[in-house]
Design a protein around this ligand. Structure first.
Ligand code: NCD
Length: 336
C-alpha cells in the first residue's frame, strides 16, 4: 500500500549493533535502542528492578548513586519520563541537573550547537538523559559525550526505556515475553514507543502483533518488512471488528500530533482514531487481556476503563518506569 507522502517520513537511523551491544555488561554503555539488548540483558535488568521496587516500597535509603550527578536534558515535553528519571536518581542518593526546554532557558537559545551543549553537560555530570525531537539525536549526543547517554525518546525513532518498562510490565503479568498476541494501536508510523516495542518483541519467539491504525499511519513499509524478517508475525488492521478475541495485551498509543506537517492533517486523521471504551473491551478483549498506554492519554483510553482490573497504565506502568530506570542507571553507572 502506498503511504500518503505528506505525513512525516523520517528515516530510522541504523545503529552500529556490535559496538553498542550490552551483552551482559551495562557499565558505561549508552542506551540508545532496544536493539542493544539480549534476552539475558533484559532479565538482568528485570531482576534488579524487582529489588528497586522493594527499596521504594519500604523507603529504604540508598547511597548507590551517592556522589553521582545525572543531567536530564529534555528538548521535548515530558511528565513521566522526566519525573521518573529524576526520582530514580534521587531515590538512589544521586543528584540531578534538570533542564526542560533548553531552547528557551539555556545557551541553546543563543545559538549554541547541540554538540557543544553535550560537551558542556558531560563535564558536569556522570550520565546524560536526553529527549529530543530529532530522530537520531541520541546517537549524535552519544558520539559527542564521553559519559553514558540514555535516550529518553528521539523524535519518531525510539524510546527504549519506555519499552523496557513495558516489557517488564508484560513479563510481570504473564511470566513470559514469547508466544504473545499483542494489539498495538494508534500511530505505528510515528510512535517511537511502538518502534522500540517492535524491536523488543522481536527478541522473543513466536510473537504476533496486530497493528490497528488509520491507513495513513501504518508502519513504513521498510520497517514492516524489517520486523517481519526478524520473526514477528505482523497483521495490519484498520477496524475494531478485526481485533482478535484472544489478545494478551492491548497497547494504545496516541496519534502523535507534533509529528504532523499541519494541524489540519492531524485533525483529519483524528477523525478515524481508535479509543478503548468499556464497550470495546467487553466486545473484543479477553478476561486476561491487559490494557496498556505509555501515556499521556489523548483520545486513547476512555477514563471509564480506568477502574477495570485489566487496565495497567496507572497501576503498573508508571511505577514500573521508576523501578526500571533506577535499575538501568545503577547498571550503566557500574553501581549495581
Ligand atoms: C511517550 C513518548 O513521549 O513518546 N510518552 C512517554 O514517554 N510516556 C508517548 C507519547 O508521547 O505518546
Amino acid at each position: 500500500m502506498q503511504l500518503t507522502t505528506s505525513y512525516p517520513q523520517l528515516n530510522t537511523p541504523v545503529f552500529a549493533p556490535d559496538k553498542s551491544k550490552i551483552n551482559g555488561d551495562f557499565t558505561h554503555k549508552d542506551i540508545l535502542s532496544l536493539d542493544q539488548f539480549t534476552v539475558e540483558d533484559l532479565h538482568t535488568l528485570f531482576g534488579l528492578a524487582d529489588e528497586m521496587k522493594q527499596l521504594v516500597l519500604y523507603h529504604r535509603p540508598s547511597s548507590m548513586l551517592a556522589g553521582y550527578v545525572v543531567s536530564l536534558l529534555f528538548f521535548e515535553p515530558s511528565s513521566r519520563t522526566f519525573a521518573s528519571f529524576a526520582s530514580a536518581v534521587k531515590r538512589l542518593g544521586g543528584e540531578t541537573i534538570e533542564i526542560q526546554n533548553p531552547e528557551t532557558v539555556s545557551s541553546v537559545s543563543k545559538g549554541e550547537s547541540f554538540e557543544d551543549t553535550m560537551r558542556t553537560f558531560e563535564a558536569y555530570s556522570d550520565a546524560i538523559v536526553l529527549r529530543h525531537y530529532r530522530p537520531g539525536s541520541a546517537q549524535v549526543a552519544a558520539d559527542t559525550a564521553s559519559v553514558p547517554l540514555l535516550n529518553a525518546g528521539d523524535g519518531n525513532n525510539e524510546h527504549p526505556t519506555q519499552t523496557l518498562l513495558d516489557l517488564y510490565t508484560i513479563y510481570k503479568n504473564f511470566g513470559r515475553l514469547d508466544n504473545l498476541t499483542c494489539l498495538l494501536a494508534g500511530d505505528p508510523l510515528n510512535s517511537r514507543v511502538i518502534h522500540s516495542m517492535m524491536r523488543g518483541l522481536s527478541l522473543f519467539e513466536n510473537n504476533r502483533v496486530y497493528l490497528l491504525s488509520p491507513e495513513q499511519l501504518r508502519l513504513k513499509r521498510s520497517d514492516l518488512f524489517y520486523w517481519g524478517e526478524r520473526g514477528i508475525n505482523i497483521v495490519e488492521i484498520d477496524h475494531e471488528r478485526d481485533i482478535p478475541a484472544y489478545c494478551d495485551l492491548w497497547y494504545w498509543t496516541r496519534i502523535q500530533k507534533e509529528r504532523f506537517a499541519s494541524p489540519q492533517e492531524y485533525e483529519s486523521v483524528m477523525k478515524r482514531g481508535f479509543i478503548v471504551t468499556p464497550e470495546l473491551l467487553h466486545a473484543r478483549a479477553g478476561k486476561h487481556t491487559i490494557v496498556m498506554d505509555p501515556l499521556p492519554r489523548v483520545s486513547t483510553v476512555d477514563p471509564a476503563v480506568d477502574a477495570d482490573e485489566r487496565a495497567v497504565y496507572f497501576r503498573e506502568q508508571i511505577r514500573n518506569g521508576l523501578y526500571i530506570r533506577m535499575a538501568l542507571l545503577a547498571l550503566v553507572l557500574g553501581r549495581a
